[in-house]
Design a protein around this ligand. Structure first.
Ligand SMILES: [Zn+2]
Ligand SMILES: [Zn+2]
Length: 320
């Protein structure tokens, strides 16, 4: 079964996807389906994207008839892709050469441009789940892309907040936050000419990190050549610092937030950003999404963001 179901209690859509139960869980290197020569790729490749075999959304989903006025269902129309970062099974964002991360960014841009051609696609969400702690089923460095036929609920909440903030400050909220962060510098972890990396004032997770372009830009599509290079460097430096923090491959959810597509124009109010939400609060401790976080969406962060920023800032890493 694959379908969208409407939750009238929260005004949101749920994806019911019985396929995802069948996906393999953490196969060994020799059985990795996305290594060169594996089930997916008999030949070699550098980096590659392909449709997820266990999709939650499909370009041609099964037809669904909604018979109830309250318990509504819809076809799960959209697309789910896997983006393999490199043919090297042992690598990771923290270990990949900068040039490879730059190529990966170009791929994210290309996939966005391609999928927005479908008029029913409203939101393109690019992300990576790294580590068992956040449910990654394959070790091979890869991320994913969901092309949604609706604007997901947290994105819609962000758009409302950006709109409200714009009215209040007569300016995009991230542009406004940047003025403060750049003058105080207490939460900056790393910055370069065009990107700033901070533990945000409003971090929900102990070692949460955000990357904001210094220039107002709302989507991957409009990043300049220099901004893409600087973003690659910021991604590498943050993930290197994460790996050094407890000297373990640091698990995280990495998420890219861009403007919706094929809907109202949000380019003036919305500011492109990256969120790293890592589940660890210590080497052997997890910050769980428990009742308060899941039920009320109120996060209790056990770590003072300014201290987390200082810890991460003090980890010295070198990128050639
Ligand atoms: Zn592999
Ligand atoms: Zn802005």
């Amino acid at each position: 079964m694959l379908e969208l179901r409407y939750n009238p209690l929260t005004d949101e859509w749920i994806i019911v996807s019985a396929f995802t139960q069948k996906r393999p869980t953490r196969p060994k290197t020799t059985e990795c389906p996305i290594c060169p020569g594996g089930v997916e790729f008999p030949g070699t490749y550098d980096l590659v994207s392909f449709d997820n075999k266990y999709p939650s959304l499909q370009l041609n989903p099964p037809n669904v008839v909604s018979e109830s006025p309250i318990l509504k269902r819809k076809p799960a129309k959209g697309n789910c892709e896997v983006i393999v970062y490199t043919s090297n099974h042992q690598s990771s964002l923290s270990e990949m050469p900068l040039l490879q991360i730059e190529k990966l960014i170009e791929m994210w841009v290309d996939r966005t441009r391609d999928l927005m051609q479908y008029n029913f696609v409203k939101y393109i969400f690019i992300f990576e789940n790294r580590g068992q702690e956040v449910g990654a089923s394959l070790e091979h460095p890869h991320g994913q892309l969901y092309a949604f036929p609706f604007i997901p609920i947290r994105i819609s909440r962000k758009l409302d907040a950006f709109e409200k903030g714009y009215e209040e400050h007569k300016k995009c909220v991230i542009c406004k936050i940047l003025e403060e962060e750049l003058s105080k510098k207490e939460r900056i972890v790393y910055e370069n000419e065009t990107m700033i990396t901070i533990v945000p004032f409003y971090a929900r997770f102990p070692y949460e990190v955000h990357i904001y372009p210094k220039r107002h830009v709302d989507s991957f599509l409009y990043l300049s050549g220099q901004e893409k290079k600087d973003l690659a460097k910021a991604l590498k430096i943050i993930t290197m610092k994460y790996d050094r923090l407890f000297n373990i491959p640091f698990p995280y959810m990495m998420m890219f937030f861009q403007s919706p597509v094929n809907t109202k124009d949000f380019s003036r109010i919305f500011h492109f950003h990256v969120e790293f939400n890592p589940p660890k609060r210590d080497k052997n401790k997890i910050k769980w999404m428990a009742s308060v976080e899941t039920g009320t969406w109120t996060f209790i962060n056990p770590k003072i963001p300014e201290e987390a920023a200082q810890e991460l800032r003090n980890i010295k890493v070198e990128v050639k």
